[in-house]
Design a protein around this ligand. Structure first.
Ligand code: ARG
Length: 225
């Protein structure tokens, strides 16, 4: 008998896009990463069982609204636009957009991207940041690794991506670096449907709990040391 399963109540369907290390990525065919471990810890507090649904990033909020999943955790930045469609928990991580360039070609300000070919990921916040800069030739990719490969091959001059995944990506390319330009800080938060007030409250309570009992800090240490 699976006695341990009996203790759990409902299943929480969690949507993510596992192409965003160290937050979510595939390891031996399994979705893992900071967000996944955080989600498991939160679910444990809520006495719920987690079922992960891995999908394209731009399909996440539609899947939430169509009740294919109950929550979305995907290194997703809380934006005014997204808040029109869904609700977000209290933020759980602070991030920034950064510019990846060839080594020795530093960029000190995002405005300097004007006139350059810049790779972004379709629908990521970096897409909006870059699209707002006048005169940029935006090239949209469906995954960070293809944008970084285009940069490596000289097909784009720079790639704008979230700070932590960017660090991961450049680690495997000796001739790429993160430029010194600074972008505004963004908050990652967990999305739920607008009318799911009880779930939102429970997630926020669970967040407070995992932050005070050391679980959250242990995860920070594990993934961002
Ligand atoms: N923070 C960015 C955004 O909210 C990128 C998130 C991408 N996450 C992912 N799991 N692919 O748009």
């Amino acid at each position: 008998m699976l006695l341990s399963m009996v203790a759990f109540g409902k299943t929480l369907y969690v949507g993510t896009n596992a192409e965003f290390a160290p937050f979510e990525y595939l390891e031996k065919g399994k979705v893992t990463g900071f967000d996944m471990e955080l989600m498991n810890a939160l679910a444990k507090e809520m006495k719920m069982d987690v079922k992960i649904e891995n999908m394209a990033f731009d399909g996440l909020l539609p899947a939430l609204q169509m009740k294919k999943v109950d929550v979305v955790i995907a290194g997703m930045t809380e934006t005014p636009e997204r808040k029109k469609a869904v609700s977000f928990t209290k933020p759980y991580f602070k991030a920034k957009q950064v510019i990846i360039t060839k080594k020795g070609k530093d960029i000190k300000d995002f405005k300097e991207l004007s006139g350059k070919k810049v790779g972004v990921m379709l629908g990521f916040t970096g897409d909006a940041v870059v699209s707002d800069i006048k005169g940029v030739k935006v090239q949209r990719f469906d995954a960070t690794y293809s944008a970084v490969m285009a940069l490596e091959k000289g097909k784009v001059d720079a790639v704008v991506a979230d700070s932590e995944p960017a660090k991961k990506y450049i680690a495997s390319y000796k001739d790429l670096a993160i430029a010194s330009a600074k972008a505004e800080e963004e908050d990652y938060a967990i999305a739920v449907r607008k009318n799911d007030k009880a779930l939102l409250d429970n997630l926020n309570k669970a967040l407070v709990k995992v932050k005070s009992n050391g679980t959250y800090d242990a995860l920070l240490k594990k993934y961002f040391k």
